[in-house]
Ligand binder design. Structure first.
Ligand SMILES: Cc1cc2nc3c(=O)[nH]c(=O)nc-3n(C[C@H](O)[C@H](O)[C@H](O)COP(=O)(O)OP(=O)(O)OC[C@H]3O[C@@H](n4cnc5c(N)ncnc54)[C@H](O)[C@@H]3O)c2cc1C
Length: 426
């Protein structure tokens, strides 16, 4: 048995990394457990790019809604010349980034914070005593390993620790439990980008015509390409696998096979019809298919799409968001968007991080307590990073005061977050 920690964070995506750093900053002894070999979660495992915009014009000033650790990470990427900023057709600022640099940056931040790291460790069991989580067990090359801690943060994206703890979770949308589609992202290299972008409208028209004729297995309505900091590289977020359960290993295996066929068909189509791809290469597909939505916990409060559309500001706000409600059709073709009016945003309550039936665990990231519609907005990397920072800071306060997660002093939590650069709208 390893030493006992104040906090074990399971999952090394944006939410888990921010949680671990924030808790260590509050003086906790922290271990972060990750099944892969690097931090960044979907950004590295599934090549997700770019950072989606999360800012609002408030009192005439453009205000970033994702401050704190996220801003720190983004600044470091900028300093390393590893981002590309561009303005979208809706006049929003997005920026793509080099995930290889992100891996270095997050390693340094985690190590500098004094967090212990356990890579190549797959969470497979949880031990509970009543309403207390006692330990998590991970599968490693050396066999099973048990890690004890006073508190736990589930940052697995899939609410995996909660699921294994029999904490209530729900899957997908409320009506039929279908989740947003899974997507296998890919990159092309040696592209003549100027010609590609100039010809893109025509390319999409051709693509749509063939889609309507039933020529593709991919139901996505258009080809979604993203500019990268290296001009000769293009990022594609354009495959779509629907009606599969991202928490079912057999479904995910089928999804990986279908998505790879989709990569082949869309690349072959583009090689024939796109401008600027004559000398291109398929450089890589993501190490794993990207999951937009799977389980979400049923927590002390369930954040709803209605709350988001009403720009609700909660007393126990721990993060703010106004990224569009962006729903890729869980059944096939089409993507729906609800854009927030200029200057409007909603906040995310601390209660959404608190799972029912346990006293010493919080949840961070895309699997907090919400409905399908709200999740389609706050799931972006800048926002989940802020949620993670809030979860880690909350555990820091819980450790100092030796209280269960429900008893954390929310005013003190908000003050610490704001002192560290968070925007909470209060
Ligand atoms: C295809 C796609 C496109 C997207 N596009 C954008 C975009 O353009 N911009 C944007 O900002 N956001 C985008 N998103 C959303 C965003 O990437 C995710 O919602 C966000 O990264 C989730 O962060 P997280 O920390 O909650 O989870 P994750 O990033 O998924 O991190 C969870 C971590 O936990 C680890 N883990 C999981 N299970 C276990 C286990 N059993 N044992 C050990 N470790 C485990 C995983 O390996 C992973 O590293 C997209 C998502 C997808 C899938």
């Amino acid at each position: 048995m390893m030493k006992k920690y104040n906090l074990a964070v399971i999952g090394g995506g944006f939410s888990g990394v921010a949680a671990a750093i924030a808790a260590a900053r509050e003086g906790c002894q922290v271990i972060i457990i990750e099944k892969g070999n690097a931090f960044g979660g979907a950004a590295v495992n599934s090549l997700v790019n770019p950072f989606m915009p999360n800012c609002a014009k408030i009192n005439g000033e453009s205000t970033e809604l994702s401050g704190g650790i996220f801003r720190n990470i983004a600044n470091k990427l900028n300093e390393r010349n590893s981002t590309l900023t561009y303005v979208t057709s809706r006049k929003l600022i997005e920026y793509s980034f080099m995930e290889e640099e992100l891996k270095f940056i997050l390693n340094d931040m985690i190590c500098d914070a004094g967090v212990d790291v356990l890579f190549h460790a797959y969470l497979c069991a949880v031990k509970k005593d009543g309403e207390q989580i006692k330990s998590v067990t991970v599968a490693t090359k050396g066999g099973l390993m048990e890690i004890e801690a006073d508190y736990f943060i589930d940052a697995t994206g899939d609410a995996q620790v909660c699921y294994l703890s029999d904490v209530p979770t729900v899957l997908g949308r409320e009506t039929d439990h279908l989740c947003q589609p899974m997507t296998l992202c890919f990159r092309l290299g040696n592209v003549d980008s100027e010609r590609f972008w100039a010809g893109r409208k025509k390319l999409n028209e051709k693509y749509k015509a063939l889609l309507d004729e039933g020529k593709f297995i991919n139901p996505r309505e258009n080809i979604l390409a993203v500019k990268m900091p290296i001009p000769s590289i293009l990022h594609f977020n354009t495959t779509r696998v629907v009606k599969m359960d991202p928490t079912n290993a057999l479904d995910v295996s089928k999804a990986e096979i279908i998505a790879r066929k989709q990569v082949k068909e869309v690349y072959e189509f583009m090689k024939e019809h796109a401008e600027g791809l004559e000398n291109s290469y398929l450089m890589m597909t993501a190490p794993e298919i990207g999951v937009r939505e799977s389980r979400k916990i049923v927590g002390e409060y369930v954040l709803t799409e209605q709350d988001a559309r009403a720009f609700t500001k909660f007393d126990d706000a721990i993060a703010a968001c106004n990224y569009e409600i962006d729903i890729h059709n869980p059944e096939g073709t089409g993507t729906s968007h609800y854009f927030f009016p200029v200057g409007k945003y909603y906040t995310i309550p601390y209660r959404c991080l608190i799972p029912k039936t346990v006293k010493n665990m919080l949840v961070a990231g895309r699997c907090i307590s919400s409905d399908h519609g709200a999740q389609a907005s706050y799931r972006i990397m800048p926002t989940v990073c802020c949620i993670g920072e809030a979860a880690g800071t909350a555990i820091g306060l819980a450790v100092k005061n030796n209280v269960e997660v429900r008893k954390v002093d929310v005013k003190a939590l908000q003050k610490t977050l704001k002192d560290n650069g968070a925007f909470l709208g209060i």
